[in-house]
Design a protein around this ligand. Structure first.
Ligand code: B12
Ligand code: SF4
Ligand code: SF4
Length: 263
């Protein structure tokens, strides 16, 4: 069995649904640009993993705890798979660097606005590896699960044959359901807009009830939200927080029937 097949088999045995491989030089960089070489000297290949989410978790009423739990479990699946593949490749003499699936990220100031900025974009790595396309919702849309996936990617000095596949032209049909569903109008309906997402607007729906646009609003929320302290303790202990995902949930490509057709 070749290196590529062994990597795919290890990942699949750890509940990873899709595995893609791309040469690092073909991957569009995040902002501010951080080449793979800055993260791992001699990096040649990015290995990308996708863990599908339960339809029921995304479609349960918002604020229900299972929605958060399924995403946390998806991150665990991704990070365990990366660690296993990393140990395997290092046992063969190739260095590996695991990019966190989610936090921690840098916080940068750009034209007076504060942004979260990861050192590496999993979605751009996934696109380069042929796992899917960037939808109007700014997320990776795959033939198998639509945007109902969490992603991660790792870098390695090993040269592994890239994965390629034909993707249907209409993976994102531009139906605009995601744009219309966004409660704060954070998605630019213009397909070529860059960046597609108004991050400060989207952040107002993230880590609620803890993250508000201003310190004053956060303090006010602390005094007016029933159970704020108890939720804060759960947040610190469990990572529990309510996060919007409407642009992901409403996409018709994530429908169970559409997922079956993508098989
Ligand atoms: C920080 C973060 C957020 C922040 C900021 C999002 C953002 N895109 O800026 C907030 C909290 C708002 C957020 C929201 C969401 N997120 Co988020 N997020 C991340 C994280 C950890 C880093 C993203 C990042 O750094 N963005 C900044 C850069 C890196 O953005 P980029 O879009 O990847 O790269 C482009 C930009 O940099 C852009 N660009 C060009 N010039 C400029 C200039 C400026 C100033 C900026 C800001 C950008 C920019 O060009 C790059 C190439 O296209 C990633 C994991 C990761 N490491 O990739 C998950 C990730 C993108 N999020 C994810 C998800 C699911 C969500 C949410 C649905 C919330 C949720 N329930 O989890 C929403 C969806 C919002 C949306 N429609 O895009 C998934 C996406 C899965 C998928 N199917 O694609 C990821 C990959 C996490 C994961 N491991 O699965 N997220
Ligand atoms: S909801 Fe429609 S426009 Fe948005 S990503 Fe899905 S297919 Fe594309
Ligand atoms: S996660 Fe919610 S607030 Fe952010 S872009 Fe998607 S729909 Fe809008």
């Amino acid at each position: 069995m070749g290196l590529r097949e062994e990597v795919i088999e290890i990942a699949r045995s750890r509940e990873i649904d899709l595995v893609g491989i791309a040469r690092v030089e073909g991957i569009e960089l995040a902002y501010p640009p951080r080449p793979a070489e800055d993260l791992l000297a001699g990096a040649k290949t990015a290995i990308v993993f996708a863990a599908s989410l339960l339809w029921g978790a995304l479609n349960c009423p918002r604020g229900t705890k299972g929605a958060v739990k399924d995403s946390q479990v998806a991150y665990d699946r991704l990070e365990h798979a990366e660690a296993a593949v990393g140990r395997f490749l290092e046992s063969k003499g190739f260095a590996c660097y695991l990019v966190p699936a989610s936090m921690p990220v840098d916080v940068i100031k750009h034209k007076g606005t504060t942004y979260f900025a990861a050192e590496w974009s999993h979605r751009q790595a996934a696109i380069a590896a042929g796992l899917g396309v960037k939808g109007l919702n700014n997320l990776l849309v795959t033939p198998e699960y639509g945007p109902y996936v969490r992603l991660s990617s790792m870098l390695t000095t090993a040269e592994i044959e890239p994965t390629r596949r034909e993707l249907p032209d209409d993976l994102c049909t531009k139906c605009r359901k995601c744009v219309e569903a966004c409660p704060v109008g954070a998605l630019n309906p213009e397909p070529k807009a860059q960046p597609r997402l108004n991050q400060p607007l989207c952040k107002t729906r993230y880590i609620r009830p803890f993250l508000h646009p201003t310190t004053w609003q956060t303090l006010k929320s602390a005094f007016t939200t029933e159970g704020f302290g108890a939720m804060g303790i759960q947040f610190l202990l469990e990572g529990y927080h309510f996060s919007c995902a409407e642009c992901q949930r409403v996409c018709p490509r994530g429908d169970l029937k559409a997922q079956k057709e993508g098989e």
